[in-house]
Design a protein. Structure first.
Length: 254
């Protein structure tokens, strides 16, 4: 809406109030010029000012890192994780951590796994009460959309009994989408206990960036996590998976 139109509307509205309540608005009507001058000096309001940005606790730039033992190796299936060398591990970390950086705008510049299942372990830069997770993809040709993740589960690593007890107390509020989720992700050492935080489907027919809420039972429990695992259970029909970016949102644990 232009400054001129806003000025006319405000000036007209003020005249209306003066006619109905003369004792309250006597000799106080602003001129059209004064109203237009005020609007021209006011700072513009943008959509970004109105919608707060969710803090990303998985950002590499703030100290988040990939957990290799919970992460699929680069450009390979899950079984090859059994035969990793130290050099392979460093390559794996570097490749996977690309999704923790600023989202890529180049097609093909993604974390690629030559399989239809994969997972990414992330040590967050802070311990948080998770609230949501964001998945980034690109507007790509139809044939490349098939490599986009489809069904996913975000897991939290339960590091002590205190957290486990909190989650158990609110288990009755668990999201219905978690009903069919297994007890642990595919790559899961026996000494690490996981709990599902949310199960969701990325929609390739919707916007490239999509955010999904953490299950109510986790949010109400007050459980906090420093390590999470994004498990990609399936893609949209391609022979490989291409993940461009992931963010984890929440509130700092005190």
């Amino acid at each position: 809406m232009s400054v001129l139109i806003l000025g006319i509307l405000v000036a007209s509205g003020w005249s209306f109030l003066q006619a109905i309540f003369p004792s309250h608005f006597h000799n106080t009507s602003p001129t059209l010029g004064a109203v237009m001058h005020w609007f021209s000096k006011a700072p513009p309001v943008t959509l970004a000012d109105e919608i707060p940005t969710l803090e990303n606790f998985a950002a590499k730039s703030h100290g988040s890192r990939v957990v290799l033992e919970l992460t699929s190796p680069p450009k390979a299936g899950l079984l090859s994780s059994l035969f990793r060398t130290p050099a392979h591990g460093e390559e794996s970390r570097k490749w996977a951590e690309s999704v923790l950086e600023d989202e890529s705008n180049r097609e093909g510049d993604c974390w690629e796994i030559l399989d239809t299942k994969a997972q990414l372990g992330i040590r967050l830069h802070s311990i948080i009460h998770p609230t949501s997770v964001t998945i980034h993809h690109l507007l790509v040709p139809a044939e490349n959309k098939l490599r986009a993740p489809r069904q996913m589960v975000i897991w939290g690593v339960v590091e002590n009994q205190r957290i486990a007890s909190k989650i158990e107390a609110f288990q009755h509020l668990a999201d219905q989408h978690l009903a069919g989720v297994s007890n642990r992700p595919l790559l899961s050492p026996s000494n690490i206990h996981h709990t599902p935080l949310a199960s969701f489907e990325y929609n390739i027919s919707s916007t490239p960036t999509q955010t999904f809420d953490i299950s109510p039972h986790i949010r109400f429990s007050g459980a906090d996590f420093g390590v999470v695992v994004l498990e990609i259970v399936s893609n949209w029909g391609g022979s490989s998976i291409c993940l461009y970016g992931v963010e984890v949102h929440g509130e700092l644990s005190t």
